[in-house]
Design a protein around this ligand. Structure first.
Ligand code: SF4
Ligand code: SF4
Length: 444
């Protein structure tokens, strides 16, 4: 058969004579109404060319090279299940809302195609680009996009607070190949009422009044069954010589919990900072009308709940649980976060720095890496803050020169420091105590 006689080709040629044409510029109001009709609770549009989108643009263009706009969607979560101290009920609500928003995105992309608009739904949460691990595995930064799209502002709890639904939202993004006639801008006010309840309820101390959200403390506990927590569990399985040894490390309940995560999808262990948050029109009344009753009802039950909090030994989180939550018990784990290169090591330090562990340490560290990687960096730890810069700057209190491969293996506990020092794969100039104090700031 000639190609031109093939039924598909013939149908294509017929359809080409009556093409569905989309307008070059899309009507924002029409798109938004479609999103609301599909089940979204709110939506906003962003032009990808704006300056604030520069750090995120390439990941979107890799997915759809002609992407010009992004539609950000919000689906509300019901507060009652989120506020239940029975966490499986909260997890079920998250799972259903995530399923909903994924369905809405898919439905919209299909509808857009029918009217000639090319669109692609981005992943909500998982799946992520795991081949990039431990670097950025997500393609969209939904929180940043939601702020840009005017859907809310960041609260103390590092969640986007919607003016109506507060922290109780799930976010998703669809990218579009056209420009729109109108775009949204960040909200002029922050729905966070600075009540501090998220600081008080957070069992790991990750939420702070400053911008220094302690990512690793939250991640180690809340994501115990995901990502690095899962890596750590696999290593516990591999390291156990007998079933009895495995059971000493991991209780049957934890093994079932891991099975549940693997079977029905990733869940979390905490999310109390969402549960207690009174931000947004829907919750604020209950808080304003009777703060005492609100606090008793939603904060105290979580604070006093006996439960296991997963922490890295020697972390700020460990200190926080032991000092503030007598009803809770800590379980020591590794968070599975380990750099795979010297560059990644330097790049991750500011994110995993444990403020309180650096108490009393004021020092400048120089790192010079050789071998596979040739690079240098300066780390300054001063008054419980850290700064990291490329190259060697200022006068070092301790200078570490290391073969990059050996250094990474040492961090992963695959190489012994004493042997590395003896074989001069790692050299230090300065007091070894400073290296010990440095390590204390980054337990993993
Ligand atoms: S999820 Fe839990 S540990 Fe993480 S910030 Fe919220 S309250 Fe803290
Ligand atoms: S709990 Fe209070 S302080 Fe925390 S984010 Fe919500 S409104 Fe802001």
């Amino acid at each position: 058969m000639k190609l031109s006689d093939h039924p598909t080709v013939k149908a294509y040629k017929e359809q080409k004579s009556q093409p569905i044409t989309s307008p070059a510029i899309l009507e924002a109001a029409v798109l938004k109404q479609m999103a609301l009709d599909a089940g979204a609770d709110d939506t906003g549009l962003i032009d990808l060319s704006r300056d604030t989108m520069a750090p995120y643009r390439q990941d979107l263009l890799d997915v759809m090279p002609d992407a010009k706009s992004a539609m950000v969607l919000a689906v509300r979560l019901n507060q009652t299940p989120l506020r239940s101290s029975v966490h499986s009920i909260a997890d079920n609500e998250f799972q259903q809302a995530i399923k909903n928003i994924k369905g809405i995105e898919r439905q919209l992309v299909t509808q857009f195609k029918k009217i000639g608009i090319k669109a692609c739904s981005m992943s909500v949460g998982f799946p992520m680009e795991m081949s990039r691990w431990p670097q950025k595995v997500w393609l969209t930064c939904d929180k940043v996009f939601a702020i840009e799209a005017g859907l809310g502002q960041m609260g103390y709890n590092r969640l986007v607070l919607h003016p109506r639904y507060g922290a109780a939202i799930i976010l998703g993004t669809i990218i579009l190949s056209n420009d729109c006639n109108q775009y949204d801008r960040p909200l002029a006010f922050n729905p966070c009422v600075e009540c501090g309840l998220c600081l008080k309820v957070c069992p790991t101390g990750a939420v702070k009044k400053t911008n220094n959200f302690d990512f690793t403390s939250c991640y180690s506990h809340n994501y115990r069954e995901r990502l690095g927590g899962f890596l750590n569990w696999v290593e516990q399985v591999v390291d156990s010589k007998t079933p009895a040894e495995y059971r000493r490390k991991v209780s049957d309940s934890e093994t079932f919990s891991m099975w549940q995560n693997l079977s029905i999808g990733a869940q979390t262990r905490c999310d109390r900072c969402i549960a207690v948050c009174p931000a947004g029109d829907e919750s604020i009344g209950e808080f304003i009308d009777d703060r005492k009753s609100y606090t008793n009802q939603y904060l105290k039950k979580f604070k006093n709940l006996p439960e296991t909090i997963y922490v890295v030994k020697g972390s700020d989180a460990e200190q926080h649980v032991l000092s503030n939550f007598p009803e809770k018990q800590v379980k020591y784990i590794s968070n599975g976060l380990r750099p795979l290169s010297a560059e990644m090591f330097l790049g991750s330090l500011a994110h995993i720095f444990q403020t309180n562990q650096s108490e009393g340490l004021n020092a400048v560290y120089h790192f010079s890496f050789t071998g596979n990687e040739n690079l240098a960096g300066t780390v300054i730890i001063r008054e419980k803050t850290i700064s990291v810069q490329e190259g060697l700057a200022g006068k070092a209190d301790l200078h570490v020169t290391a073969d990059s491969n050996t250094w990474i293996k040492f961090l992963a506990q695959e190489k012994n420091l004493v042997i590395a020092l003896a074989t001069r794969k790692i050299k230090i100039k300065g007091s070894p105590m400073l290296l010990k104090k440095f390590a204390k700031c980054f337990p993993s």
